[in-house]
Design a protein around this ligand. Structure first.
Ligand SMILES: *Cc1c(COP(=O)(O)O)cnc(C)c1O
Length: 430
Protein backbone atom coordinates (compact mmCIF):
# COMPACT_ATOMS: atom_id res chain seq x y z
CA UNK A 1 0.00 0.00 0.00
CA UNK A 2 1.00 3.61 -0.29
CA UNK A 3 1.64 4.77 3.26
CA UNK A 4 -0.49 7.89 3.10
CA UNK A 5 -0.31 10.00 6.22
CA UNK A 6 -4.10 9.87 6.33
CA UNK A 7 -4.18 6.20 7.35
CA UNK A 8 -4.93 5.51 10.99
CA UNK A 9 -2.77 3.53 13.40
CA UNK A 10 -4.92 0.38 13.18
CA UNK A 11 -4.55 0.34 9.39
CA UNK A 12 -0.82 1.07 9.42
CA UNK A 13 -0.01 -1.61 12.01
CA UNK A 14 -1.32 -4.19 9.50
CA UNK A 15 -0.25 -2.71 6.16
CA UNK A 16 2.70 -0.31 6.49
CA UNK A 17 5.79 -1.55 4.65
CA UNK A 18 4.06 -4.62 3.21
CA UNK A 19 2.69 -5.40 -0.22
CA UNK A 20 1.73 -8.66 -1.91
CA UNK A 21 4.89 -10.59 -2.76
CA UNK A 22 5.95 -9.49 -6.26
CA UNK A 23 7.08 -13.00 -7.22
CA UNK A 24 4.11 -15.07 -6.03
CA UNK A 25 1.34 -12.71 -4.95
CA UNK A 26 1.54 -14.16 -1.42
CA UNK A 27 -0.62 -11.88 0.72
CA UNK A 28 1.25 -12.43 3.97
CA UNK A 29 4.88 -11.25 4.03
CA UNK A 30 7.03 -14.30 3.20
CA UNK A 31 9.93 -15.32 5.44
CA UNK A 32 12.84 -14.76 3.07
CA UNK A 33 15.03 -17.44 4.59
CA UNK A 34 18.15 -16.65 2.61
CA UNK A 35 21.63 -15.40 3.37
CA UNK A 36 22.51 -13.89 0.00
CA UNK A 37 20.90 -12.40 -3.13
CA UNK A 38 22.00 -12.95 -6.73
CA UNK A 39 23.18 -9.76 -8.43
CA UNK A 40 21.63 -8.98 -11.82
CA UNK A 41 25.11 -8.42 -13.24
CA UNK A 42 28.54 -7.12 -12.24
CA UNK A 43 27.46 -3.47 -12.65
CA UNK A 44 24.48 -4.03 -10.33
CA UNK A 45 26.75 -5.59 -7.68
CA UNK A 46 29.17 -2.66 -7.86
CA UNK A 47 26.35 -0.11 -7.57
CA UNK A 48 24.94 -1.87 -4.50
CA UNK A 49 28.30 -1.93 -2.74
CA UNK A 50 28.76 1.74 -3.58
CA UNK A 51 25.34 2.57 -2.01
CA UNK A 52 24.33 4.10 -5.35
CA UNK A 53 21.45 1.68 -5.61
CA UNK A 54 19.42 0.28 -2.74
CA UNK A 55 19.00 -3.48 -2.79
CA UNK A 56 19.83 -6.73 -1.11
CA UNK A 57 23.40 -8.02 -0.78
CA UNK A 58 23.70 -10.20 2.29
CA UNK A 59 21.33 -10.78 5.22
CA UNK A 60 23.72 -9.44 7.87
CA UNK A 61 22.89 -6.06 6.29
CA UNK A 62 19.39 -6.31 4.84
CA UNK A 63 16.68 -8.92 4.30
CA UNK A 64 13.25 -8.39 2.68
CA UNK A 65 11.27 -9.74 5.68
CA UNK A 66 13.25 -7.62 8.12
CA UNK A 67 12.87 -4.63 5.77
CA UNK A 68 9.06 -4.82 6.01
CA UNK A 69 9.28 -4.75 9.81
CA UNK A 70 11.70 -1.81 9.67
CA UNK A 71 9.34 0.18 7.52
CA UNK A 72 6.35 -0.81 9.67
CA UNK A 73 7.95 0.35 12.93
CA UNK A 74 9.36 3.53 11.33
CA UNK A 75 5.85 4.38 10.08
CA UNK A 76 4.13 3.69 13.41
CA UNK A 77 6.71 5.88 15.19
CA UNK A 78 6.49 8.63 12.56
CA UNK A 79 10.21 8.23 11.75
CA UNK A 80 12.19 8.52 8.51
CA UNK A 81 13.81 5.09 8.77
CA UNK A 82 14.55 2.20 11.11
CA UNK A 83 17.12 -0.54 11.60
CA UNK A 84 16.14 -3.80 13.29
CA UNK A 85 18.64 -5.66 15.46
CA UNK A 86 18.99 -8.91 17.36
CA UNK A 87 17.71 -7.56 20.71
CA UNK A 88 16.75 -4.40 22.53
CA UNK A 89 20.19 -4.14 24.05
CA UNK A 90 21.74 -4.48 20.60
CA UNK A 91 19.49 -1.61 19.47
CA UNK A 92 20.84 0.60 22.26
CA UNK A 93 24.45 -0.01 21.17
CA UNK A 94 23.44 0.50 17.53
CA UNK A 95 21.78 3.82 18.41
CA UNK A 96 24.85 5.11 20.25
CA UNK A 97 27.47 3.76 17.84
CA UNK A 98 27.29 6.50 15.14
CA UNK A 99 27.28 9.22 17.83
CA UNK A 100 30.06 8.10 20.14
CA UNK A 101 33.83 7.92 20.25
CA UNK A 102 36.24 7.04 23.07
CA UNK A 103 36.06 9.75 25.75
CA UNK A 104 32.47 10.74 24.94
CA UNK A 105 29.54 10.34 27.33
CA UNK A 106 25.76 10.18 27.50
CA UNK A 107 23.41 11.61 30.10
CA UNK A 108 20.89 8.94 31.11
CA UNK A 109 17.84 8.83 33.36
CA UNK A 110 18.19 7.07 36.71
CA UNK A 111 14.87 5.35 35.93
CA UNK A 112 15.78 2.74 33.33
CA UNK A 113 15.41 -0.98 32.71
CA UNK A 114 17.90 -2.75 35.00
CA UNK A 115 19.86 -4.29 32.13
CA UNK A 116 20.27 -0.85 30.57
CA UNK A 117 21.71 0.53 33.80
CA UNK A 118 24.30 -2.26 33.78
CA UNK A 119 25.04 -1.80 30.06
CA UNK A 120 25.53 1.95 30.53
CA UNK A 121 27.31 1.96 33.89
CA UNK A 122 29.69 -0.95 33.18
CA UNK A 123 29.88 -2.49 29.71
CA UNK A 124 30.09 0.63 27.52
CA UNK A 125 33.21 1.67 29.45
CA UNK A 126 35.06 -1.00 27.42
CA UNK A 127 34.44 1.19 24.36
CA UNK A 128 35.75 4.25 26.19
CA UNK A 129 32.18 5.59 26.53
CA UNK A 130 30.55 6.55 29.81
CA UNK A 131 27.15 7.50 31.22
CA UNK A 132 26.09 10.02 33.83
CA UNK A 133 22.82 9.12 35.56
CA UNK A 134 20.50 11.99 36.44
CA UNK A 135 16.95 12.39 37.77
CA UNK A 136 15.07 13.52 34.64
CA UNK A 137 12.47 15.34 36.74
CA UNK A 138 15.27 17.77 37.65
CA UNK A 139 15.83 19.62 34.35
CA UNK A 140 18.57 21.79 35.85
CA UNK A 141 20.47 18.64 36.78
CA UNK A 142 20.08 17.33 33.22
CA UNK A 143 21.42 20.65 31.87
CA UNK A 144 24.29 20.64 34.36
CA UNK A 145 25.29 17.06 33.48
CA UNK A 146 25.65 17.84 29.76
CA UNK A 147 29.25 18.79 28.96
CA UNK A 148 31.31 19.30 25.78
CA UNK A 149 31.80 15.54 25.45
CA UNK A 150 28.11 14.59 25.82
CA UNK A 151 26.72 13.09 22.64
CA UNK A 152 23.20 12.01 23.63
CA UNK A 153 20.54 12.11 26.32
CA UNK A 154 18.78 8.79 27.00
CA UNK A 155 15.50 8.07 28.82
CA UNK A 156 12.41 5.82 28.89
CA UNK A 157 9.00 7.34 28.13
CA UNK A 158 7.24 4.99 30.54
CA UNK A 159 10.00 3.66 32.75
CA UNK A 160 10.16 0.06 33.66
CA UNK A 161 9.71 -1.01 36.45
CA UNK A 162 8.44 1.94 38.49
CA UNK A 163 5.58 3.39 36.42
CA UNK A 164 7.45 6.65 35.95
CA UNK A 165 6.30 8.92 33.12
CA UNK A 166 8.96 11.11 31.59
CA UNK A 167 8.25 14.65 30.42
CA UNK A 168 9.75 13.84 27.03
CA UNK A 169 9.14 17.32 25.57
CA UNK A 170 10.89 19.12 28.42
CA UNK A 171 14.01 16.90 28.23
CA UNK A 172 13.98 17.11 24.41
CA UNK A 173 14.17 20.90 24.70
CA UNK A 174 17.21 20.62 26.98
CA UNK A 175 18.96 18.23 24.56
CA UNK A 176 18.03 20.46 21.64
CA UNK A 177 19.52 23.55 23.27
CA UNK A 178 22.76 21.59 23.76
CA UNK A 179 22.81 20.46 20.09
CA UNK A 180 22.60 16.76 20.92
CA UNK A 181 19.91 14.13 20.23
CA UNK A 182 17.43 12.73 22.73
CA UNK A 183 17.09 8.94 22.51
CA UNK A 184 13.90 7.42 23.94
CA UNK A 185 13.52 3.76 24.82
CA UNK A 186 9.84 3.37 23.92
CA UNK A 187 9.59 -0.34 24.76
CA UNK A 188 7.08 -0.07 27.60
CA UNK A 189 4.86 2.51 25.91
CA UNK A 190 4.91 1.30 22.29
CA UNK A 191 4.01 3.83 19.56
CA UNK A 192 0.33 3.13 20.30
CA UNK A 193 0.54 4.82 23.69
CA UNK A 194 3.34 7.34 23.04
CA UNK A 195 5.20 8.59 19.97
CA UNK A 196 8.45 10.16 21.19
CA UNK A 197 9.31 11.87 17.88
CA UNK A 198 6.13 13.98 18.18
CA UNK A 199 7.49 15.12 21.56
CA UNK A 200 10.88 16.16 20.17
CA UNK A 201 12.95 12.96 20.40
CA UNK A 202 15.52 12.33 17.65
CA UNK A 203 15.93 8.56 18.01
CA UNK A 204 13.64 5.86 19.37
CA UNK A 205 14.85 2.43 20.47
CA UNK A 206 12.75 -0.64 21.12
CA UNK A 207 13.08 -4.06 22.55
CA UNK A 208 10.68 -5.67 20.04
CA UNK A 209 10.90 -8.69 22.35
CA UNK A 210 8.18 -7.12 24.46
CA UNK A 211 4.82 -5.58 23.47
CA UNK A 212 5.59 -5.18 19.74
CA UNK A 213 5.88 -8.96 19.30
CA UNK A 214 3.55 -9.34 22.23
CA UNK A 215 3.58 -13.09 22.84
CA UNK A 216 7.00 -13.83 24.28
CA UNK A 217 8.37 -15.72 21.27
CA UNK A 218 11.49 -13.94 19.97
CA UNK A 219 14.07 -11.36 21.01
CA UNK A 220 14.62 -8.36 18.79
CA UNK A 221 15.29 -4.65 18.76
CA UNK A 222 14.87 -1.61 16.58
CA UNK A 223 16.36 1.89 16.21
CA UNK A 224 14.07 4.48 14.60
CA UNK A 225 15.46 7.79 13.36
CA UNK A 226 13.20 10.84 13.13
CA UNK A 227 15.27 12.12 10.20
CA UNK A 228 14.98 15.59 11.73
CA UNK A 229 18.32 16.10 13.46
CA UNK A 230 20.92 18.29 11.74
CA UNK A 231 24.07 16.18 12.18
CA UNK A 232 26.12 18.88 10.44
CA UNK A 233 25.05 21.79 12.67
CA UNK A 234 28.13 21.33 14.86
CA UNK A 235 31.28 19.20 14.83
CA UNK A 236 30.05 16.69 17.42
CA UNK A 237 29.04 13.92 15.00
CA UNK A 238 31.92 13.46 12.53
CA UNK A 239 30.88 9.90 11.68
CA UNK A 240 27.71 11.34 10.10
CA UNK A 241 28.84 14.81 9.00
CA UNK A 242 32.46 14.21 7.93
CA UNK A 243 34.05 11.70 5.52
CA UNK A 244 33.57 8.28 7.20
CA UNK A 245 36.81 6.28 6.93
CA UNK A 246 34.90 3.03 7.54
CA UNK A 247 33.02 3.63 4.27
CA UNK A 248 35.79 4.93 1.97
CA UNK A 249 35.24 8.56 3.00
CA UNK A 250 31.49 8.73 2.34
CA UNK A 251 29.75 11.72 3.95
CA UNK A 252 26.54 10.14 5.21
CA UNK A 253 24.60 13.29 6.09
CA UNK A 254 25.45 15.09 2.86
CA UNK A 255 24.67 11.99 0.76
CA UNK A 256 21.54 10.60 2.44
CA UNK A 257 19.98 13.62 4.20
CA UNK A 258 17.22 12.49 6.56
CA UNK A 259 18.20 8.83 6.02
CA UNK A 260 21.85 9.37 7.05
CA UNK A 261 21.52 7.73 10.44
CA UNK A 262 19.59 4.73 9.06
CA UNK A 263 22.06 4.14 6.22
CA UNK A 264 24.98 4.44 8.64
CA UNK A 265 23.28 1.88 10.90
CA UNK A 266 23.04 -0.63 8.08
CA UNK A 267 26.20 0.08 6.08
CA UNK A 268 28.52 0.30 9.11
CA UNK A 269 26.61 -0.71 12.27
CA UNK A 270 25.15 -3.99 11.04
CA UNK A 271 28.04 -4.64 8.67
CA UNK A 272 30.71 -4.41 11.38
CA UNK A 273 28.90 -5.14 14.65
CA UNK A 274 26.67 -7.86 13.16
CA UNK A 275 23.78 -7.47 15.65
CA UNK A 276 21.33 -8.49 12.94
CA UNK A 277 17.69 -9.54 13.30
CA UNK A 278 16.96 -12.81 11.51
CA UNK A 279 13.94 -13.16 9.16
CA UNK A 280 12.14 -15.67 11.44
CA UNK A 281 12.23 -13.19 14.29
CA UNK A 282 10.98 -10.43 11.98
CA UNK A 283 8.09 -12.71 10.95
CA UNK A 284 6.94 -13.31 14.54
CA UNK A 285 7.19 -9.60 15.31
CA UNK A 286 5.23 -8.68 12.16
CA UNK A 287 2.50 -11.11 13.28
CA UNK A 288 2.43 -9.47 16.69
CA UNK A 289 2.37 -5.88 15.48
CA UNK A 290 -0.81 -6.51 13.47
CA UNK A 291 -2.77 -6.58 16.77
CA UNK A 292 -0.69 -4.05 18.74
CA UNK A 293 -3.45 -1.48 19.34
CA UNK A 294 -6.03 -4.14 20.27
CA UNK A 295 -3.67 -5.73 22.78
CA UNK A 296 -2.48 -2.44 24.26
CA UNK A 297 -6.08 -1.30 24.88
CA UNK A 298 -6.77 -4.52 26.80
CA UNK A 299 -3.38 -4.41 28.60
CA UNK A 300 -4.19 -0.89 29.82
CA UNK A 301 -7.79 -1.72 30.84
CA UNK A 302 -6.62 -4.72 32.83
CA UNK A 303 -3.73 -2.80 34.40
CA UNK A 304 -6.11 -0.10 35.65
CA UNK A 305 -8.47 -2.70 37.09
CA UNK A 306 -5.76 -4.76 38.82
CA UNK A 307 -3.83 -1.73 40.10
CA UNK A 308 -7.02 -0.20 41.54
CA UNK A 309 -7.85 -3.45 43.34
CA UNK A 310 -4.30 -3.78 44.72
CA UNK A 311 -4.26 -0.18 45.93
CA UNK A 312 -7.33 -0.85 48.04
CA UNK A 313 -6.00 -4.09 49.53
CA UNK A 314 -4.67 -3.88 53.11
CA UNK A 315 -1.88 -6.41 52.38
CA UNK A 316 -0.35 -3.97 49.88
CA UNK A 317 1.61 -0.90 50.99
CA UNK A 318 1.58 1.04 47.74
CA UNK A 319 1.12 0.69 43.97
CA UNK A 320 3.21 2.75 41.52
CA UNK A 321 0.95 2.69 38.47
CA UNK A 322 0.83 6.12 36.80
CA UNK A 323 -2.73 5.37 35.70
CA UNK A 324 -3.89 5.76 39.32
CA UNK A 325 -4.83 9.20 40.59
CA UNK A 326 -2.60 8.61 43.62
CA UNK A 327 0.49 8.52 41.37
CA UNK A 328 2.66 11.65 41.28
CA UNK A 329 2.86 11.04 37.51
CA UNK A 330 -0.92 10.84 36.92
CA UNK A 331 -0.90 14.45 35.72
CA UNK A 332 1.62 13.64 32.99
CA UNK A 333 -0.42 10.78 31.52
CA UNK A 334 -2.83 13.12 29.70
CA UNK A 335 0.08 14.91 28.04
CA UNK A 336 2.58 12.06 27.38
CA UNK A 337 0.41 8.95 26.90
CA UNK A 338 -3.29 9.91 26.85
CA UNK A 339 -4.41 6.40 25.78
CA UNK A 340 -3.01 4.95 29.00
CA UNK A 341 0.02 4.52 31.21
CA UNK A 342 0.94 1.04 29.97
CA UNK A 343 0.69 -2.28 31.74
CA UNK A 344 3.78 -2.33 33.94
CA UNK A 345 3.87 -1.35 37.56
CA UNK A 346 5.24 -2.34 40.88
CA UNK A 347 3.57 -2.83 44.23
CA UNK A 348 4.96 -3.18 47.72
CA UNK A 349 3.92 -6.17 49.80
CA UNK A 350 3.58 -5.88 53.58
CA UNK A 351 6.14 -8.34 54.89
CA UNK A 352 8.96 -7.15 52.62
CA UNK A 353 11.53 -9.33 50.85
CA UNK A 354 10.34 -12.69 52.25
CA UNK A 355 6.68 -12.03 51.49
CA UNK A 356 7.61 -11.05 47.90
CA UNK A 357 9.50 -14.31 47.44
CA UNK A 358 6.44 -16.28 48.74
CA UNK A 359 4.06 -14.27 46.57
CA UNK A 360 5.81 -15.10 43.30
CA UNK A 361 5.85 -18.78 44.28
CA UNK A 362 2.14 -18.82 45.16
CA UNK A 363 0.68 -17.38 41.93
CA UNK A 364 -0.88 -19.65 39.30
CA UNK A 365 -1.82 -17.48 36.31
CA UNK A 366 1.06 -15.03 36.69
CA UNK A 367 4.35 -16.54 35.54
CA UNK A 368 7.56 -15.76 37.38
CA UNK A 369 9.80 -14.70 34.50
CA UNK A 370 12.36 -12.03 33.55
CA UNK A 371 10.25 -10.62 30.76
CA UNK A 372 7.42 -8.20 30.14
CA UNK A 373 4.96 -7.25 27.43
CA UNK A 374 3.50 -10.73 26.93
CA UNK A 375 -0.21 -11.57 26.48
CA UNK A 376 0.36 -13.60 29.68
CA UNK A 377 0.56 -11.80 33.00
CA UNK A 378 4.07 -11.88 34.38
CA UNK A 379 5.65 -11.09 37.72
CA UNK A 380 9.18 -10.68 38.97
CA UNK A 381 10.85 -9.75 42.22
CA UNK A 382 13.38 -7.32 40.74
CA UNK A 383 15.63 -6.94 43.80
CA UNK A 384 16.51 -10.66 43.82
CA UNK A 385 16.75 -11.01 40.01
CA UNK A 386 16.99 -8.33 37.28
CA UNK A 387 18.18 -5.57 39.63
CA UNK A 388 20.44 -7.83 41.74
CA UNK A 389 23.63 -6.32 40.27
CA UNK A 390 22.65 -2.84 41.38
CA UNK A 391 23.55 -1.19 44.67
CA UNK A 392 20.68 -0.68 47.16
CA UNK A 393 20.66 3.03 46.22
CA UNK A 394 20.39 2.19 42.51
CA UNK A 395 17.62 -0.35 43.28
CA UNK A 396 15.66 2.25 45.22
CA UNK A 397 16.18 4.88 42.50
CA UNK A 398 15.02 2.43 39.83
CA UNK A 399 11.87 1.60 41.80
CA UNK A 400 13.05 -1.94 42.58
CA UNK A 401 13.36 -1.93 46.37
CA UNK A 402 13.41 -5.31 48.21
CA UNK A 403 9.72 -5.09 49.30
CA UNK A 404 8.49 -4.49 45.75
CA UNK A 405 7.40 -6.81 42.93
CA UNK A 406 6.92 -5.82 39.30
CA UNK A 407 4.01 -7.04 37.23
CA UNK A 408 3.36 -6.94 33.51
CA UNK A 409 -0.40 -7.24 33.20
CA UNK A 410 -1.54 -9.49 30.35
CA UNK A 411 -4.74 -9.68 28.35
CA UNK A 412 -6.48 -12.41 30.36
CA UNK A 413 -9.75 -11.81 32.26
CA UNK A 414 -9.03 -9.14 34.85
CA UNK A 415 -11.20 -10.92 37.43
CA UNK A 416 -9.07 -14.07 37.12
CA UNK A 417 -5.89 -12.03 37.64
CA UNK A 418 -7.35 -10.39 40.73
CA UNK A 419 -8.45 -13.75 42.17
CA UNK A 420 -4.95 -15.14 41.57
CA UNK A 421 -3.32 -12.19 43.34
CA UNK A 422 -5.83 -12.41 46.19
CA UNK A 423 -5.00 -16.09 46.87
CA UNK A 424 -1.24 -15.53 46.59
CA UNK A 425 -1.24 -12.44 48.82
CA UNK A 426 -3.00 -14.45 51.51
CA UNK A 427 -0.36 -17.17 51.27
CA UNK A 428 2.47 -14.61 51.27
CA UNK A 429 1.33 -12.53 54.21
CA UNK A 430 -0.19 -15.31 56.37
C1 LIG B 1 13.72 -5.76 27.71
C2 LIG B 1 14.08 -4.34 27.64
C3 LIG B 1 15.30 -3.94 27.08
C4 LIG B 1 16.30 -4.92 26.54
O1 LIG B 1 15.75 -5.63 25.45
P1 LIG B 1 16.21 -7.10 25.04
O2 LIG B 1 15.38 -7.41 23.85
O3 LIG B 1 15.93 -8.00 26.21
O4 LIG B 1 17.68 -7.02 24.75
C5 LIG B 1 15.56 -2.59 27.03
N1 LIG B 1 14.71 -1.67 27.51
C6 LIG B 1 13.53 -2.02 28.07
C7 LIG B 1 12.61 -0.98 28.58
C8 LIG B 1 13.18 -3.37 28.15
O5 LIG B 1 12.01 -3.72 28.69
Amino acid sequence: MTDGPSYGFDTLQIHAGARPDPATGARQTPIYQTTAYVFRDAEHAAALFNLQEVGYIYSRLTNPTVAVLQERIATLEGGAGAVCCSSGHAAQIMALFPLMQPGKNIVASTRLYGGTVTQFSQTIKRFGWSAKFVDFDDLDAVKAAIDDDTRAVFGEAIANPGGYIMDVRAVADVADAAGIPLIIDNTSATPYLHRPIEHGATLVVHSTTKFLTGNGTVTGGCVVDSGKFDWSANDKFPSLSQPEPAYHGLKFHETFGPLAFTFHGIAIGLRDLGMTMNPQAAHYTLMGIETLSLRMQRHVENAVEVATWLENDPRVDFVTYAGLESSPYFGRVAQVCPKGAGALFTFAVKGGYDACMKLVDSLEIFSHVANLGDTRSLIIHSASTTHRQLTPEQQEAAGAAPNVVRVSIGTEDAQDLIADLDRALSAATA
